[in-house]
Design a protein around this ligand. Sequence first.
Ligand code: ATP
Ligand code: MG
Length: 357
Amino acid sequence: MAVTPPATSWHATGSVSADEPLTTKEGWARWANHTSSPPELDPGWRALPAAARAAYDDRRLDYHSDLIVVNTPTIREVITTVRRLLVLNRRQISARRGLIVTGGAGTGKTTAITQLGRAHELGVALRHPGPGQRIPVTYITVPPAATPRMVAVEFARFLGLPLTTRHNLADVTNAVCAVLCDVGCELVLVDEIHNLNLATRAGAEVSDQLKYFSERIPATFVYAGINVERANLFTGIRGQQLASRFTTVATRPFAYGTPAQRDTWRALVATLEQALRLHQHRPGTLARHGEYLYQRTHGMIGSLSHLVRGAAIDAILDGTEKITKAHLEAIRLDHAAETTPAAGPKQKRSTRRSGVA
Ligand SMILES: Nc1ncnc2c1ncn2[C@@H]1O[C@H](COP(=O)(O)OP(=O)(O)OP(=O)(O)O)[C@@H](O)[C@H]1O
Ligand SMILES: [Mg+2]
């Protein structure tokens, strides 16, 4: 399957600030409605006065710090599956069906569900233009060692509901449900669901709380978490109920075994390469290093993005304006990528050590 860039490329976390995180309605709306276009390359860049050149480079550094989100097969599958569920759930009074996105750490779960949320939010805005009180998407994360109250408070925090310690669980739950029904919430995204362990009493209670929300709010629920099938999420009576109502989509590293998988990887690399804004970079250079990039990153899109963005930033800072093998070699990746033994095709030590491309 080909990897194509989204119709409009947007930054992964563009416009999210620390005081307005994605888990607040303001932060979410700002991020979801944020559009950015890549900086134009100025043919006269060499002749720019020092201050203008510094500002010009800084805009490009900023852009490369948060490059694009690639429309991967996983993101497409999540969006298609949930679009279908949203329609199927329209006439369900309760027992609505949902989706669980599950996979290893850093395989793109949060990116997939937030892109889904963004696509839905923009779709709703198209269908209902003009100002209004709509909040079509809610995004929360399950805190570690969560209790039902903590999860209810996460919803309340997203909505900006004024709460004090005097409000008990029922107060918070009622307020959250009333507001989410009023504002027409259709999609509830619950991230970090692996923080909930159904084998523990607290975990079971949180699961019941989420189920209660899903019965009172006429929305489709999407959960994301690390290898949830191994984290007791589908065991016991509650787990069986979840398993019977939720479809799963698995996120995993890209593979490199078959010709089709290698094509997909190369398409991913080429998509990131097309997004670069460097003056001397010849298109196709990174695609040629596809195998090397796979060996370095083990097919992890986050590591690949880090490597390419880091090399692009170095290429701007050192003035070469093109990514070379030396730039790629100089970037240290995350612990997992640096310590996992080489996967896929046999590691060629000579290529790993060969300096400049
Ligand atoms: N489709 C994509 N295009 C570009 N970068 C991506 C894409 N998907 C994931 N990434 C990058 O990969 C990294 C990990 O992604 P993300 O946080 O979505 O993974 P995760 O599975 O939620 O991780 P965790 O298990 O830590 O919660 C991030 O830096 C993200 O920007
Ligand atoms: Mg995540």
